[in-house]
Design a protein around this ligand. Structure first.
Ligand code: NAP
Length: 304
């Protein structure tokens, strides 16, 4: 049975690792360095909190610098860490290694694939929700599901059946790029505005024109990048998300409020770069990026 190596033992990495391990599948965690491994071992494993109940999973772990070969990798770090993390594992990956990329947004997948061209990639887009509330301890906060796919590939590889065994809700799609673009567009229409207005998602009901204009520009971009389907009904869905999540703070709002680096470069940044590349003038989108970067700068956070 192929071992699941998991790099990125944060929120999503823990959510996947614990469910795979409790289904009896072989899992090994790849920790950043020796001191992180020592801290992990001292705690006895990964804790997952579900419905207020915490369970400890003593999953095997090693550092990313170990030398045993890796045939299957789940890359579960943030988008801005993915390229470097993947490069650090290059000497350990077997030819044709299977890599699932869990990063939100677009751009990091391509950067990873350029570094490791011999691997076989599956891109993922997840609506599951989890957060860390202690060292190696994660709370499963929101049920959701994960789209998985290789662009244009209609058939899922047989080994993905292990996810069903582990109770990880997922579905294969040949149009994973469309899913990632749609999620990116939803994010760009909501998250930056919640940061700039300092509000919950529902606060955007007060800015209907700003939301509508952004959706129109993003729809133009989606058409130009060949993702016309991802543009369909975008504005309607954005309004639905604002209603359905009115009481929530967006992930970008939460990152900024907590002084954490955002994934802006792989969301709004990617959209603006693509528009530039296509010489497409999207004034509201680029103004949004300028204002968001000014806000990040004022808070001493990275602009990318
Ligand atoms: P996270 O909680 O910050 O976890 C990322 C983990 O990766 C951290 O433990 C980090 O370690 C580790 N890491 C980074 N570089 C590493 C390296 N070179 N070697 C070893 N470990 C490394 O992030 P997350 O919330 O799980 O997010 C992962 C991705 O999933 C993001 O793109 C996010 O947008 C997406 N996503 C998340 C959720 C969610 O609910 N959390 C939902 C949908 C999508 P350190 O702590 O030491 O930096």
């Amino acid at each position: 049975m192929t071992t699941w190596h998991i790099l990125g033992v944060g929120s999503l990495g823990t959510l996947w690792a614990t469910r795979l391990a409790r289904a009896g599948l072989p899992v090994r965690l790849l920790l950043r360095d020796a001191s992180s491994l020592t801290r992990y071992r001292a705690g006895g494993g990964l804790s997952l909190v579900e419905n207020g109940q915490s369970s400890l999973y003593p999953i095997a772990a090693e550092t990313a610098q170990a030398s045993t070969p890796i045939k299957r990798l789940l890359l579960a770090c943030k988008a801005y860490d993915a390229e470097e993390a993947a490069a650090s594992l290059a000497p350990r990956l077997t030819p044709g290694a299977e890599i699932i990329l869990l990063q939100n947004g677009l751009g990091s997948q391509q950067a990873v694939a350029e570094h490791l061209p011999k691997a076989s990639y599956i891109f993922a887009s997840s609506t599951e929700g989890a957060f860390r509330d202690g060292a190696f301890r994660v709370v499963f906060a929101g049920q959701g599901h994960t789209w998985l796919g290789q662009p244009g590939q209609t058939q899922a590889p047989g080994w993905l059946e292990e996810l069903a065994r582990a109770g990880i809700p997922h579905q294969w799609t040949a149009d994973i790029l469309g899913k990632l673009w749609r999620k990116l567009a939803l994010n760009c229409s909501i998250n930056p505005l919640t940061v700039l207005h300092g509000c919950r998602n529902g606060g955007l009901r007060d800015f209907p024109e700003a939301v509508a204009t952004l959706c129109a520009e993003l729809a133009q971009l989606l058409h130009r990048v060949g993702q016309a389907e991802a543009a369909e009904g975008l504005h309607e869905q954005v309004l639905q998300v604002i209603e359905a999540t009115a009481a929530n703070y967006s992930s970008m709002y939460q990152d900024v409020a907590a002084g954490r680096r955002t994934e802006i470069d792989y969301l709004l940044g990617h959209a603006c770069r693509e528009a530039d590349r296509l010489a497409l003038n999207l004034p509201h989108l680029s103004d949004l990026q300028r204002r968001l970067q000014a806000e990040l700068q004022a808070r001493g956070l990275p602009l990318n």
